[in-house]
Write a protein that binds this ligand. Structure first.
Ligand code: COA
Length: 159
């Protein structure tokens, strides 16, 4: 992909695109660790209002030529920074996640070590993380709402 891509602060107007991206059934299956009901707009809005007010969360909108492609954000888990991202399905497979995560890690949140988690079968996300320098440091199991079951996840770290 050669289109320009940039990160900027999240605005309320972006949340509609995030909601559509994050309720897509294929994407929800892939991410696995999702809200109980991805169609619940009220819960989605409450969640974003909360995280955007948290000083420990750094959220960015991924944009290309003024079009919102998705989001990348870091938060703290037991005091340690973790990163996650979500790209609209129509933009998959063009290097967007890899480039957006690279920008985020070099320009926005440079705390290290930085952790990330992905369902063990989320091959695309694991590949994105590895291309950005993350290495697998552990495995865990957790209840994945999208699968209605406990599943395995990989824990990855960037030094
Ligand atoms: C995972 C996700 C972020 C990938 O975004 P993307 O912009 O398509 O990723 P990129 O194009 O930067 O790179 C994806 C890499 O994974 C590979 N890949 C993509 N889809 C794949 C698949 N289904 N199986 C195997 N590899 C895949 C690509 O080939 C590429 O690797 P390569 O450069 O070695 O060829 C996107 O699919 C998404 O938002 N999914 C839903 C939310 C999610 O899972 N978020 C992560 C939670 S941990």
């Amino acid at each position: 992909m050669t289109d320009a891509l940039n990160l900027r602060e999240v605005t309320d107007a972006d949340l509609g695109v995030f909601f559509e991206n994050e309720r897509d059934p294929e994407a929800v299956q892939m991410a696995a660790f999702t809200p109980k009901d991805p169609e619940d707009h009220e819960a989605f809005s409450a969640h974003w209002t909360k995280i955007l007010s948290m000083p420990t969360v750094i959220a960015r909108t991924i944009e290309s030529n003024g079009q919102v492609l998705g989001t990348v954000l870091s938060y703290e888990e037991s005091g340690e920074p973790e990163v996650t991202y979500w790209i609209g399905k129509e933009h998959w497979g063009r290097g967007v996640a890899t480039r957006a995560l690279g920008l985020f890690l070099s320009e926005v949140d440079t705390r290290r070590p930085m952790r990330a988690r992905a369902a063990k079968d989320n091959v695309a996300s694991i590949r994105v993380l590895e291309k950005c320098g993350f290495r697998v440091v552990g495995e865990a199991t957790g209840f994945a709402n999208a699968r209605g079951a406990e599943i395995e996840e990989l824990v990855l770290e960037l030094d």
